[in-house]
Each structure stands twice: as structure tokens, then as C-alpha cells.
Write a protein that binds this ligand. Structure first.
Ligand SMILES: Cc1cc2nc3c(=O)[nH]c(=O)nc-3n(C[C@H](O)[C@H](O)[C@H](O)COP(=O)(O)OP(=O)(O)OC[C@H]3O[C@@H](n4cnc5c(N)ncnc54)[C@H](O)[C@@H]3O)c2cc1C
Length: 411
């Protein structure tokens, strides 16, 4: 009987374990945490956004942009749904394409995997952190349990994820393994994460939430533009639209490039008619302060900051607000600039960009081009998806391709 070791019981490692064990391979799964797949459990706010109906390689960032295409084409949403059904799990998709377990509970995904693996007698070594790997004829792993060795593996699959969310087990062990076996890596960086700005108004704006449009400028060139929720925080900015542009910003910061955001905080309104309405209000309530007048249109904290930046006294009476000032206020609201100096860090990131250099990995089998029978799957690779179920889909698709290739190698 062939024997395979898998490092990491996350989405990728669990999937590869099931496919291999179903074909009679002896699988031994090593997981440093006492519990499996902690990230599945917290994903999608506890609902697990497991996949997306609209999957395309353009939803992923990598130094090797086409790398994921082969796997995603062969194992897309339909194939994933069939696989999940085989574990006893039903899925549903929302109108925007995001897919979830029908139960809408992330824990149902993990229990479907765990029941299946228990029935297949897959040995899971929980609390076993793999510390090093050697290869002679077979692979041998050394773990943290008094440096005990586990050996005799015909193939080894590294599915240990990356550095995002260290509180759930995120680390860069996979990169250390890759380096020790002759691979190069693309520098990791936090992604799908809040961004720190150097604005003196961070504290004043903290808690303000608006729907708007964000444009990211890298070294003054417009790179990406997205509409959605923007949340001001004590450190800078977060919210779903910010997470969506954070990949671009974080990667640019890693490369020591200048990152600036332009926020359109009134993108839901017509600025001309808003200006006209504001002018009318000034005539209706000329004695009111400009702060109270503006606070009827935009959040009061934002109104206070805009007036401060425009050097207009909050207490100034509305009758003094002229067309030029109104135009200035509208321009500020349509093009509110923030210089980004950092991300909110790995602890708060949903994923980690960068990873094992995919030029050294076969895109069909996920086998290392440097070491025979060594495979890398999931987030440990330099493939990072957008928000919306794309990261799990890549973890599942790469695991599927890899497991099939391991089986082919054995036949
Ligand atoms: C808060 C949060 C919410 C998210 N929500 C979504 C979502 O809704 N949809 C989506 O698509 N993606 C989501 N993601 C991203 C998604 O969870 C990851 O992309 C995905 O889990 C990657 O799967 P993986 O199996 O490659 O790695 P992981 O899930 O990270 O699994 C790797 C496993 O390896 C273990 N490990 C690491 N080193 C060792 C070692 N040396 N020895 C033994 N074990 C080791 C780790 O403990 C871990 O259990 C979310 C992430 C976070 C943090």
C-alpha cells in the first residue's frame, strides 16, 4: 500500500486526504492545531463562502498570472459541488455568485470532511507541528513531539497555508520547507486587510461608514477602482471595498511604492443636484451653522473633518456659505485623499499574498519541478484570490489536481 503524508488539515489538505484515501492510499495528515481547519470555521463570518459561480483566473493575483487557470478550469464550481455532495454537503449560491453550504453554517463543512475521513480511517496527527522534511528514497518528517520522526512516505503534500491569521495557525512553515528543498519564494504580504493611513484625522473619523468608490493610485498611476462599503477606523480605513483593493495596495507597499487612495464619498449622489440642494438649504435656514447643515447630508464626523480641511469654521452661519465654498466641499467629498503607509497586519488579514514560486511547480499536477513526489497546494503557493469564495476554490481545485496526479503516479 502506498503511503502519503500531508502537512496541514485546512481546506486543501482535507480535500487531498479524502480523494487519496478513497482510492486506498494510506494517508497520514499532520496538523499543528488540536482542531482541524480553524479557518473554515471562521470563514465568511461563520457561514463559509465556499466558492463562487463566476470563477476565472483573472480573480487571482500571482507573479505567474495564468498558473491557476488549468486547475480552475478542470475543477470549477460544478465539480466542487459534486465533490461536496459526495461528503454529504449541499450548497447554494446567492445572486452575486457567492456560494455557501445550504445550512449556512461553516461548521457543517468541517463536520462533512471529518466524518468522511473517519470512515476512511485517515490517521490525523493533531497537535503535531512538522518542523523539517528530508528525502532519501522516501520522505521523512520530524515533528515537535520530542523531534519524533515519521517516515516511509512515497509522496509528500505541503498544504500548510501561509501567514494570515496567526491566531488560527497561520505561519510560514511551508515557505521554510520549500526553501529547504531548493525552491524560491515570492515575498509574502497581508491581503484582504485594512489599511493604515497617516491622516491626522483618523481618530476623528473613526466609526464613519459610507458607501462610496475607492481608487488606488500606485506611484501616482491609477491601478484599481471599486465601489462598496468604506469604514473609517482609528488606524485608517477598512470595510469591504477596502479589503477588495488591499491586495493591490499591500503588494505595492511591499515593493516600497507610494500608495494613495482617492475616495468618492458621495458616489451614490449626483453632485450637481446635491450642490443645488445645499444652496437652497442655506437660503431656507440661513442662521444654522454649516456643520449642522452638512450633517444632514453626510455623517457629522465626516462633515467636521471636511470643514476643518477646507478651513471653514463649523459655527459659520449658512448664509455665508457661497457657491465657491460649496463646490470646494463637493470636490473634497468626491476626491478625499488618503496616503497609505501600512496594512493592518497578518493578524487581521484574511489571506496572505506571495508564496512558493509557481514557476517551479507544475500547473497540472502541482508537483515540484525540483523534487519528485513533492507537492504544494492551496494558499502556500503564490496564488491569492479576491474576496468571494475564490481562495477556498483554489485550495479545493489545487488539492483535486494534486491528488489525481499522485494517484496516476502510483498506478
Ligand atoms: C477570518 C477569515 C475568513 C475567511 N473567509 C473566507 C471565505 O469566506 N471564503 C474564502 O474563499 N476564503 C476565506 N478565507 C481564506 C481561506 O480561509 C484560506 O484561503 C484557505 O483556508 C486556505 O486553505 P489552505 O488549506 O491552503 O490553508 P489553511 O486553511 O491555512 O490550512 C493550513 C493548515 O496547516 C496547518 N499547519 C501550518 N503549518 C504546519 C506545520 N508545520 N505542521 C502541521 N500543520 C501545519 C495550519 O494549522 C492549518 O490548519 C478566510 C480567511 C480568514 C482568516
Amino acid at each position: 500500500m502506498k503511503k502519503v503524508a500531508i502537512i496541514g488539515a485546512g481546506a486543501a489538505g482535507l480535500t487531498a486526504s479524502v480523494i487519496l484515501a478513497r482510492e486506498g492510499v494510506q494517508v497520514e495528515l499532520f496538523e499543528q492545531n488540536s482542531k482541524n481547519a480553524k479557518k473554515i470555521l471562521v470563514s465568511g463570518n461563520g457561514h463559509c463562502n465556499i466558492s463562487n459561480k463566476n470563477i476565472d483566473v483573472s480573480n487571482y493575483i500571482s507573479d505567474n498570472p495564468q498558473f491557476a487557470e488549468y486547475a480552475l478550469k478542470r475543477f470549477g464550481f460544478k465539480e466542487l459541488e459534486k465533490f461536496m455532495n459526495s461528503l454529504g454537503l449541499l450548497l447554494f449560491c446567492k445572486e452575486d455568485g457567492k456560494c455557501y453550504p445550504l445550512s449556512y453554517e461553516a461548521k457543517s463543512v468541517l463536520s462533512a470532511f471529518e466524518e468522511t475521513l473517519a470512515n476512511l480511517d485517515v490517521k490525523i496527527f493533531n497537535g503535531h507541528r512538522v518542523e523539517s522534511i528530508t528525502k532519501d528514497k522516501c520522505f521523512t518528517l520530524t515533528c515537535n513531539d520530542n523531534e519524533k520522526r515519521y517516515g516511509g512516505y512515497d509522496a509528500l503534500i505541503v498544504a500548510s497555508g501561509l501567514k494570515a491569521a496567526p491566531q488560527l495557525g497561520g505561519n510560514d512553515d511551508g515557505l521554510k520547507f520549500a526553501r529547504s528543498l531548493g525552491h524560491t519564494i515570492s515575498e509574502p504580504y497581508p491581503s484582504l486587510v485594512g489599511l493604515h493611513s497617516d491622516s491626522e484625522h483618523n481618530g476623528m473619523l473613526s466609526g464613519v461608514k459610507v458607501r462610496g468608490r475607492i481608487c488606488v493610485y500606485v506611484d501616482r498611476f491609477k491601478e484599481k477602482s471599486i465601489k462598496g462599503d468604506i469604514l473609517f477606523t482609528a488606524y485608517g480605513i477598512s470595510g469591504l471595498a477596502v479589503l477588495d483593493i488591499s491586495q493591490t495596495a499591500s503588494k505595492a507597499l511591499l515593493n516600497h511604492q507610494e500608495v494613495e487612495l482617492s475616495l468618492d464619498l458621495i458616489s451614490e449622489f449626483n453632485p450637481q443636484s446635491l450642490s443645488a440642494q445645499l444652496l437652497q438649504l442655506c437660503k431656507k435656514v440661513p442662521q444654522h451653522s454649516v456643520l449642522s447643515l452638512l450633517s444632514g447630508i453626510i455623517p457629522s464626523k465626516l462633515a467636521a473633518v471636511v470643514l476643518k480641511e477646507m478651513k471653514i469654521q463649523e459655527s459659520m452661519q449658512a448664509l455665508h456659505l457661497n457657491t465657491k465654498m460649496i463646490k470646494g466641499i463637493m470636490n473634497k467629498l468626491q476626491n478625499y485623499r488618503l496616503r497609505i503607509i501600512d496594512t493592518h497586519g497578518y493578524k487581521h488579514a484574511e489571506v496572505c499574498g506571495g508564496g512558493v514560486n509557481t514557476n517551479e511547480i507544475d500547473a497540472k499536477s502541482f508537483e515540484s519541478k525540483k523534487v519528485k513526489d513533492l507537492y504544494f497546494i492551496g494558499e502556500v503557493l503564490d496564488v491569492t484570490g479576491e474576496r468571494g469564495g475564490y481562495n477556498f476554490q483554489f485550495a479545493f481545485a489545487s488539492a483535486h489536481q494534486c491528488a489525481k496526479a499522485v494517484l496516476n503516479g502510483f498506478s
